[in-house]
Design a protein. Structure first.
Lengths: 359, 579, 366
């Protein structure tokens, strides 16, 4: 069931089009991430959803109710939207105790004292803050401050939660912990989450659906994390999510070779459709290339770096250098060793970056 | 200014500097000595003189002096004035700060600048201008209003408590304005946005989030206003003395000058001074408490736009109100001064045939009193600024960068003068340097210089310390690793980087010293008048046009001076902001 | 080029004890990394070698020269040690241009102007900053400023280079690039490097040898990266170098079980290990990728509590008895190969390698 709908939403700042005719539908109970580089328009989109920015075009609806509309010049003010929101820098009020922070939205809504007490206690319990209820934010760590922000935004049972890069100010271990907690909260309360981030690991871990955006909030791919990773729609998405090799190829005798390395052996006999003389670029992930003694494309190990669980190799094949990552359990190669590569998962992108499907 | 390099706790190392043995200790002792002689002893002498008579503690005498009617009244007046001025300034400061920082008032940048103008101008010159406008008999505005409405009695009498309070407020409210507008602009807007999305409307947000978070800034500004008002000489002197209204600094002055230096008068002076110092110390303590309690980290990391309130219908009325306020409090007195300065004789109407440049040329090139005063002020301020800048830098280096035991003493002594009003420093300097320890500087320019150094050392220390703190330890260590000795590193790395701070310290002291009155009025001799004293004296002697002329010249010097500072400190920031 | 010898170094200041009895030799021409958690004292060691700190006991030798000794009251000042230092915050002087920053050490040494300029430009070229000599640091990016610091540290051809977490302020991509540059520079110039960091990835990637310090200031393990990684020696090092599973076990009816699990653990366990298990002294340890996941069978059984997809790998949190174990599959294998497990599904775990470590050595979180 469609819950939040954006239609042709546009926002300009002077000459710059920050959000360009964005159309998006978010289902009830879904966790959707807006993932893209800094400045691509994802935060602006979130702020328009929250009501902090007007629209230059388009409209936003929740269910069948319009909350922002340029045409009708109608904007439901943020305080009436009943959304929960969590900010990057936590935005917890330093002069109020943890309890008062979390109780604030309930007090505004004029609930009775006992109701406030009950709902606040519940929210504090779910976020593990019950013992800290009388503390003040400056006595607590970053992770706990973010929990205060979470508790505060769920205390009034919103149906929609907006999260703006909530974990980027936390250290890596805390980020992992908080990711789980947010996911747990979502399972328990079943709210719709719209999550903004530039960290692809975060988006992958949390979302039911990822919307990968480029500048202008232009959607590059809108799909599940697994599909975005395994079948990137274009070159931008491929390189944004995970590590990548982009290799120039040449086609001869119905087979594909790495450019300038025909004598190293063919990469594959499945040739992607292309205009003559203009083969697409081969994209593949360093973790999806097999290193074997003889069977594959022949090259020499030019660099080996131990990264802990992973060994990172550079393999020179003709003028090209291919990056390969293998788990430390697998047999190791030394610098200077001849080796050969077997490419399994191949992705093809033409010069405009669009995906070239293989039939 | 962006921080360059890392700072380590306690200075350069945790094990101790690898210096030639003893240099750090020698510097420490030297610095302590300087501060003790210049700052601490005068203040101690004040308290000593107040309570010790003929070698014995005499508290009864203190009480007796305090219960004398004029002394008691002066204390009460000081408190009443300070309280009222604080309240008015706070209201004005918060209102205008909010208008300028949080609404869509047009011409905001210009308004901000104009609101800060009273900061630059000496308030006693303003008092003189207001005297010309609102004195009951001859005040221009009074006469105009009486003519307009056909009144018998003048509407305003500037020679009153109300007059003093009004004029002081006009010149002191920028303290609150600056603190609050700065805080409002730097405040993290997500603090208010999160309140908004939680369901709160603008009124609730202001009441429950913005104001509580602003409280430390408001209090800081308000306390500063109280401090300055208590310690202020100029406005009560110009507007209160005629009507017999005295505050503590003006009463001290009166007693000492009327008595010609008799013991009882000095004693009364020191007792009053002690009260001033204690009140000031209390205020600074309260301010410290509030700043500590204000552990509210509200400053935004990235630069963001704060939420602006749309004024809609109120926009132009409020704009007009602000303009009228500025016109009345800033433009009116300033223009009056300049116009009167051009009058042939006071009392003539303002027509072109009555205007002349003669007054100005006279005070600049002919009149001995004023020529001397200008010259004195310039070289005294220059000397004071130079000395405090250099000594301040040295002492700051010991405090900030060196790890020696006992440097907390330096920090304490350095901050002392902040709580000591100019009158008290003047008195203390008189007690110390009038032959007591074998050196008699009374009536010479030296005594004024010593008083200035004592008065402004704290400001120099603050400025140079701040500059030194900006220079990370790793910058010096990098130089050492490149083969530079400790001194080479200082010369090649530290000094160039703190130069802007030192220059800022120089001007921070030069301009206020140039225009000050409170301290030099107690210390001047026949040949050592300062600009402030000269203006005051001319005004007291009824030489109104000359007083106005010198005031006009002083205002021009100050404005030019501020412009020069902006140019100089603006362009000396080379490639600042390393990371 | 020189080696560095630290003998019985101690940093004890009043009641504040950072470390004692610290002994280490950094070989001439090697890239040695001192790796440890924040606050363990590794930076203090570096600063003692640099001469910024005085040891409270022990001696520091650079080459054959004694440069610091508490007992003998010897302290050669920093400027006479002929070292190069790169700081975490770069410490590039904002009021000097790039050229002026890099040439400074040569100016101090009074090298003739022409030669100094030539060597400076060479150093700047070595760090790939050619063309930027006239810029001010504020006009450069973080990575470029770090290279200025590197060039400046190298230009005087020092005997040793000390680097204090030089890459922590850079973003991930730049960090990767810069660590290779540092390694390349070292290979070309042959200078001895002491690199101080808490980032095990950098340490493993560039070092000839690594020394691991624990939070209490003791040097736990020294060795080359591969050796340390494959034979950590104790639980602390194992945990520090990567994601670790520590699995408590118990003896039941003569067999070894994962704590709380009813199934006996089907793995090879040496008699010595069995002995220690019986005494309750050890925990089992393995890395997530050392566990094979199957639907049926396996050395033991568990239930998938949570599945997290992060891109190249899929992480599973599996409940076995009373213990939660982290395992993983490669994304390709999991989704394309259809071997992905669902949350709530039962599964089998087969351990490729199980180590046994003293419970005590696991200690605090790295």
């Amino acid at each position: 069931m469609a819950h939040v709908i954006l239609r042709d939403v546009t926002k300009r700042f002077g000459q710059v089009v920050a959000v360009d005719r964005l159309t998006l539908t978010i289902e009830r109970g879904e966790c959707l991430s807006l993932l893209g580089p800094s400045g691509c328009g994802k935060t602006t989109t979130l702020r328009m959803l929250a009501g902090f920015e007007d629209l230059d075009e388009g409209e936003i609806l929740v269910g069948d109710r319009v909350i922002s509309s340029r045409l009708k010049n109608f904007y439901l003010p943020p305080e009436k939207r009943d959304f929960g929101m969590v900010f990057q820098a936590f935005a917890v009020w330093p002069h109020l105790s943890v309890f008062d922070n979390v109780a604030f939205p309930l007090q505004i809504r004029g609930l009775s004292r006992s109701e406030i007490q009950e709902k606040t206690t519940k929210a504090l319990t779910y976020t593990g803050l019950l013992d800290a209820r009388d503390s003040f934010p400056n006595e607590l760590s970053g992770g706990q401050k973010q929990r205060i922000a979470l508790a505060r935004s769920i205390s009034f049972n919103p149906t929609v939660m907006l999260l703006d890069e909530p974990l980027s100010n936390l250290d890596p271990k805390m980020r992992e912990v908080m990711r789980f907690e947010i996911k747990e909260l979502q399972k328990r309360f079943n709210f719709t989450i719209i999550y903004v981030t530039h960290d692809q690991a975060e988006a992958m871990a949390l979302s039911d659906r990822i919307v990968v955006m480029d500048f202008g909030a232009l959607i590059q791919q809108d799909d599940t994390p697994v599909n975005v990773y395994l079948k990137p729609a274009n070159k931008f998405v491929f390189s944004f999510i995970g590590l990548s090799n982009f290799l120039a190829v040449e086609v001869a005798d119905g087979r594909v070779f790495l450019k300038g390395a025909r004598d190293a052996g063919p990469v594959t006999a499945v040739v992607p459709p292309h205009a003559p003389g203009k083969p697409p670029t081969l994209a593949c992930r360093p973790g999806e290339i097999e290193m074997v003694p003889t069977r594959g494309v022949r090259g020499v190990v030019t660099r080996r770096v131990l990264l802990g669980d992973i060994i990172d190799y550079r393999v020179g094949i003709g003028p090209t250098e291919v990056r390969v990552q293998r788990n430390v359990r697998k047999p190791m190669w030394s610098e200077g060793d001849p080796c050969s590569l077997v490419f399994s998962a191949l992705h093809w992108y033409d010069e405009s970056g669009a995906r070239v499907p293989i039939s | 200014m962006v921080r360059q390099g890392q700072r380590r706790e306690g200075g350069l190392t945790i094990t101790g500097t690898d210096r030639k043995f003893g240099i750090a200790e020698i510097l420490l002792i030297f610095s302590v000595l300087v501060l003790v002689i210049v700052v601490a002893v005068p203040i101690v002498l004040i308290f000593w003189n107040a309570v010790v008579v003929d070698g014995g503690l005499n508290i009864a005498g203190v009480v007796k002096v305090l219960s004398e009617p004029d002394v008691f009244q002066a204390v009460v007046n000081s408190l009443v004035i300070a309280f009222a001025v604080t309240v008015v300034s706070t209201v004005l400061g918060v209102l205008f700060a909010w208008l300028v920082s949080r609404t869509d008032l047009p011409f905001k940048e210009t308004m901000k600048l104009l609101f800060l103008v009273p900061f630059m101008l000496p308030s006693f010159i303003g008092a003189i201008a207001w005297k010309m406008l609102l004195s009951p008999r001859a005040g221009l505005v009074n006469k105009w209003l009486m003519g307009l409405f056909g009144l018998e009695q003048p509407l305003f009498n500037i020679y009153s408590l109300g007059g003093i309070i009004a004029v002081e407020s006009m010149y002191l409210f920028p303290f609150v304005f600056i603190q609050v507008s700065g805080a409002l602009e730097r405040m993290d807007p997500t603090l208010e946005e999160s309140a908004r999305i939680s369901g709160a409307g603008l009124v609730t947000i202001t009441r429950r989030v913005t104001l509580p978070l602003m409280l430390p800034s408001i209090a800081a500004g308000a306390l500063l206003v109280a401090l300055y008002s208590l310690a202020h000489f100029g406005v009560p002197a110009v507007l209160g003395t005629e009507a017999g209204i005295f505050n503590i600094p003006t009463l001290i002055y009166q007693k000492i000058y009327a008595s010609g230096g008799r013991f009882e008068a000095i004693r009364a002076g020191t007792i009053l001074s002690s009260i001033l110092v204690m009140a000031a110390a209390l205020i600074l303590y309260a301010q410290n408490l509030i700043l500590m309690a204000g552990r509210f980290q509200v400053i935004a990391g990235k630069s963001v736009r704060p939420m602006l309130l749309k004024l809609r219908g109120l926009k132009y009325p409020l704009l007009i109100l602000s303009i009228v306020y500025i016109a009345i409090t800033v433009l009116l007195p300033t223009i009056t001064i300049f116009l009167v300065a051009l009058l042939r004789t006071y009392g003539l109407s303002f027509s072109l045939e009555n205007m002349t440049l003669h007054n100005i040329t006279y005070i600049l090139f002919t009149m001995k009193l004023t020529k001397d005063a200008i010259w004195n002020s310039f070289y005294l301020s220059l000397a004071a600024a130079l000395v405090t800048m250099l000594v301040g830098t040295l002492i700051s280096y010991v405090i900030v960068k060196m790890r020696v035991r006992g440097k907390f003493l330096l920090e304490f002594l350095g901050l002392l003068p902040f709580s000591v009003p100019g009158t008290v420093i003047a008195l203390g300097v008189i007690l110390m340097w009038s032959g007591k320890f074998g050196v008699n500087l009374y009536n010479t320019a030296w005594i004024i210089l010593v008083a200035y150094i004592a008065r402004y050392m704290a400001f120099a220390l603050k400025s140079t310390s701040a500059a030194l703190e900006q220079v990370g330890d790793s910058l010096e260590e990098a130089a050492r690793a490149c083969g530079a000795s400790h001194w080479q590193a200082m010369k090649d790395v530290v000094l160039p980087l703190i130069k802007p701070g030192m220059v800022a310290a120089f001007f921070l002291i030069f301009l206020p010293a140039l225009r000050e009155l409170t301290t030099s009025v107690l210390l001047y001799g026949p040949t050592t008048r300062t600009i402030g004293v000269a203006i005051y004296a001319l005004n007291e002697d009824g030489e109104t046009v000359y007083a106005a002329a010198l005031s006009a010249v002083a205002l021009i010097i100050i404005i030019v001076g501020h412009w020069v500072i902006k140019r100089v400190t603006g362009t000396t920031e080379i490639g600042g902001g390393g990371s | 080029m020189a080696d560095v010898r630290l003998e019985n170094l101690a940093a004890v200041f009043g009641t504040h004890r950072v470390f004692e009895g610290f002994t280490l030799t950094i070989r001439d021409g090697e890239c040695f990394t001192l790796l440890g958690p924040s606050g363990c004292g590794k930076t203090v060691v570096m600063r003692m070698i640099a001469g910024f700190e005085h040891p409270s006991a022990g001696e520091v030798f650079i080459g054959d020269r004694l440069v610091s000794s508490a007992a003998k009251k010897v302290h050669v000042p920093t400027e006479s040690r002929h070292i190069g230092v790169v700081f975490q915050d770069y410490a590039v002087w904002p009021h000097k241009r790039v050229l002026e920053n890099v040439v400074y050490p040569l100016q101090i040494q009074k090298v003739p102007a022409a030669e100094a300029r030539a060597r400076t430009l060479e150093a700047i070229a070595q760090v790939h900053l050619g063309g930027l000599e006239d810029r001010y640091p504020s006009q450069l990016s973080g990575g470029q400023q770090q290279r200025v610091a590197l060039a400046r540290a190298l230009v005087s051809k020092p005997k040793i280079m000390l680097l204090d977490e030089p890459l922590s302020n850079l973003d991930a991509n730049l960090r990767e690039e810069m660590r290779f540059e540092i390694k390349d520079l070292q290979r070309r110039t042959g200078v001895t490097i002491l690199y101080v960091t808490h980032d095990q990835e950098v340490a493993l990637a560039i070092s000839d040898r690594i020394g691991i310090m624990s939070g209490d200031g003791s040097l736990r393990r020294i060795g080359d990266p591969h050796e340390i990684y494959t034979n950590p020696g104790d639980g602390f090092v194992f945990n520090f170098l990567g994601v670790a599973n520590f699995i408590p076990v118990e003896r039941r009816n003569g067999a070894v079980h994962i704590q709380g699990s009813d199934l006996p653990l089907q793995v090879e366990i040496s008699p010595a290990a069995r002995d220690r298990i019986a005494k309750g002294e050890v925990v089992a340890a393995c890395r997530p990728f050392e566990i094979d996941l199957v639907r049926d069978g396996g050395a033991t059984r568990g239930v998938v509590r949570r599945r997290v997809f992060l891109g190249p790998i899929v992480t599973y949190f599996i409940t076995v008895g009373a213990v939660e174990i982290r395992a993983q599959q490669e994304a390709e294998e999991a989704f394309r190969g259809g071997r992905a497990l669902e949350e709530g599904e039962a599964c089998g775990l087969t351990f490729q390698a199980l180590r046994w470590y003293d419970k005590a050595s696991v200690g605090k979180e790295a």
